[in-house]
Design a protein. Sequence first.
Length: 435
Amino acid sequence: MEQTSIFDDRHINNPLASIMRPDDLDGFYGQEEILGDGKLLRNLIENDEITSMILWGPPGCGKTTIAHIIAKKTNSHFVNFSAVTSGIKEIKDVMNNAEEARKLGEKTVLFVDEIHRFNKAQQDAFLPYVEKGSIILIGATTENPSFQVNSALISRCKVFVLKGLSTSDLIQIMKNAIKKAYKHLKINISDEILEKIAVFSNGDARKCLNTLELCIGTSQRKSNKVIIDEKTLEDCINNKVLLYDKNGEEHYNLISALHKSMRNSDVNASIYWLARMLEAGEDPLYIARRVIRFSCEDIGLADPNALLLANAAYEACHNIGMPECNVILNEAVVYMALAPKSNSMEVSYNNAKEDALSMISEPVPLNIRNAPTKLMENLGYGKGYIYAHDTKDKISNMQCMPDNLKNKEYYFPTEMEGKYKDRYEWIKKWKNTHK
């Protein structure tokens, strides 16, 4: 059976991420916890003593590259298998070939990319051959194997947990790529831009190299000199598609007028702009959706009932339509205009969003992860968790933020939020007192 392999010879027309895939551990960056000198997986690879394993980690962290290195290193027959394109028949063919090879004293290493895409029946087909030793299974997955891989199969495999690559690892990978894959060019790129690409890639080496390749490919060149500046980078990483219909400009002007009138508690202006929109033929459900957004963006906890009324107005408009729903929207708009205002929900989310976009994602602390399976429990999931309801004050000082955001605040309630502001201040005081 022939399948297109991730390990086929690479050529210049391949993506940069494929060209730069290392053939040995010396060229591999990251995963020091399992691939550093003297670590378990490194020893297994270098000694060609591979056992069945599951490589679990986010995209671009090196799962396929590790399989590629094993393929180059092992003396066993190495078979690449795709969970996307293969079914039961293909699995059985591979298994039968592996069984025949075992009888001749030959080992078969089977790499299954995206093993989580196999259903239970497909995974079960591997089990007897793994048990007999006909194959050494290497499965790669971005999904938690506790949920996506049969427990019987997991129990016969060593699970290696891979992490997203660090910013420094990604920068080094890019510098290596520039040196080796683009040695015919003089590429002018600052460390600051390299760092921005690395941060944007969020631990994903493939995404990082693809972005670098796009930057190089779209930069203006003079002879063999390539200059990658801030503008080039912005053009390459801007994934927002902005659609603007000039004939629809008034549509956006009117909804802006309505929103800002409600924000300014101008009831009469709010009613007027609502009428202008409805009488011009605007979709009432579009207006209702904007009112729902307004209820959280500009009112929030200053009056939580605003969201309930906005949502009820949307449902009512959906049920009866125009023209009868005009008075329903009017009630909702008047309520929003009269309600006390607070934008703390908008501000707090945007503050958190800035951290989420500008930082390499930190893993969820182990103490607040669920551990429904033995594997997850053995990995330390849930260790140190404090059940708040078991405490006297129904609160604890357990850390729920990633380490690099510990004690970071996003929510700053306004005076309009009354009891919610008081409760928040009490929580902060309690935590300071019980450090």
